[in-house]
Design a protein around this ligand. Structure first.
Ligand SMILES: NC(=O)c1ccc[n+]([C@@H]2O[C@H](COP(=O)([O-])OP(=O)(O)OC[C@H]3O[C@@H](n4cnc5c(N)ncnc54)[C@H](O)[C@@H]3O)[C@@H](O)[C@H]2O)c1
Length: 395
């Protein structure tokens, strides 16, 4: 039973009633467990999935009272405070807006939307219906990333000079599955992993004014035009050089931040941070800095191994879900601002359109690119042989 509580001019159930849309892996491995960890504050009332059998199976697995085949049925049958959107990106806007129209606060998996225009519509809906809206940018809550922001802001590595992001995803999850929805996104696999690299760059480089992308096809899956992409973002405060790839048989998420007095290296899968400030190439300096790095790595690895063995691995999703619940309950700002969500979408939309242009070029007989060919593109959509028009000023 829910007790109804007044929050400002809105009513909120206690515990807060949650409905989950989508029963895929991100829902069952992160979102449902995340809300269920907050048992005293929230209760998952229902789950819906267009695959109704899957929704029913998920409800049974997690002890969720009700399951539905459509969002409309779920909204009609349940009194919900929060709708959590875990469906593919093309459906985010429609699902989120329908939930907001029904008066629900909405948390959306990344990317919030696939275009800036869609994002604007969602922001307008959240304002019109007076509900909270946020997106899961989980990696900015990873402890080494948070620590790196503190270090850069405190001047530990001098003046920020730029950054590099590497994001490798194992081919088995997405690339190998020819029917996966990511192959229907204009930016393909890059549109799936790209948002993480972009939202991690924004706090350091500021508003992006120049974007270039070089998609490359390394493997030969016929349904894939490119599986790898190097991206350069130039922002108000610096630049970010990004490599996204789904062509490997391993995972890697690494961020390097360069300053005038040193650099910070992050391994966001091992949750490790290292600061390097090698002042000379003398043998003694090399030895000392190497020892310091090994000690830092050793301590980090040990503490991560212990946390993993105790089943206490850190999950950015847990932090976002907790903070989203807090913001709904306290009427405070959401964990990820809509400005950040919108800027990430704006940049990703440009990159996706460059990637789509590459697919088009690759499919033309003239181009007939071999599987390891690449073609650098610039954001104004011109061929690489033509000088970009005022590419300095971006859009
Ligand atoms: N933050 C992260 O680290 C991370 C990781 C993986 C996926 N994601 C994101 O999570 C989202 C979902 O990914 P996934 O891998 O679970 O996808 P998935 O395709 O495996 O699962 C999505 C489920 O949603 C259902 N669905 C689709 N449209 C629907 C609709 N309109 N109404 C109801 N159900 C609908 C599908 O039947 C499917 O079961 C995507 O936006 C993806 O980018 C984020």
């Amino acid at each position: 039973m829910h007790e109804i509580k007044d929050i400002g001019n809105r009513k909120l159930r206690k515990p807060i009633a949650v409905g989950i849309v989508g029963s895929g892996p991100i829902s069952t491995e992160r979102h449902i467990p995340g809300f269920q960890k907050l048992r005293r504050e929230t209760r998952i009332e229902a789950v819906c999935d267009m695959n109704e059998n899957l929704a029913k199976k998920t409800a049974d697995q997690f002890g969720i009272p009700r399951s539905f085949g459509t969002l409309s049925e779920m909204l009609k049958s349940c009194d919900l405070d929060i709708v959590d959107v875990c469906v593919p990106p093309r459906a985010h806007k429609a699902v989120a807006n329908q939930a907001m129209e029904s008066g629900c606060h909405v948390l959306v998996e990344k990317p919030i939307a696939i275009s800036e225009a869609e994002c604007d519509e969602m922001i307008r809906a959240s304002e019109k219906y007076g509900v909270k809206l946020s997106v899961v940018h989980n990696q900015i809550f990873y402890p080494p990333y948070v620590k790196a922001q503190e270090l850069v802001n405190s001047g530990k590595v001098g003046k920020f000079a730029g950054m590099r992001v590497i994001n490798f995803t194992h081919q088995k999850g997405y690339l190998k599955n020819m029917n996966h929805w990511i192959h229907k996104l204009p930016g393909g696999v890059v549109e799936e992993s790209g948002p993480h690299a972009i939202y991690m760059s924004l706090p350091f480089i500021g508003r992006v004014h120049d974007i270039s992308a070089t998609p490359t096809k390394i493997l030969s899956y016929p349904w894939v035009s490119f599986d790898t992409c190097s991206i350069d973002l130039k922002g108000a405060n610096g630049s970010s050089s990004i490599i996204i790839s789904h062509a490997g048989d391993y995972f890697a998420t690494e961020v390097d931040l360069f300053g005038t007095k040193g650099m910070i290296r992050l391994d966001l899968q091992s949750m490790l941070l290292d600061v390097q400030q090698r002042r000379s190439l003398e043998y003694t300096t090399l030895a000392t800095t190497s020892i310091k790095t090994s000690v830092r790595m050793g301590t980090g690895v040990l503490s991560n191994a212990v946390s993993s063995m105790l089943g206490k691995s850190f999950l950015g999703h847990d932090v976002i879900i907790q903070r989203f619940v807090d913001c709904v309950r306290d009427d405070s700002p959401p964990p990820v601002s809509l400005e950040e969500a919108k800027e990430t979408t704006r940049v990703m939309e440009k990159i996706s359109s460059l990637c789509a242009q590459f697919s088009l070029e690759a499919s033309r007989p003239r181009a007939s690119l071999s599987h390891n060919s690449s073609l650098p593109l610039v954001q104004n959509g011109m061929s690489p042989h033509e000088p970009p028009i005022d590419s300095k000023h971006g859009e």
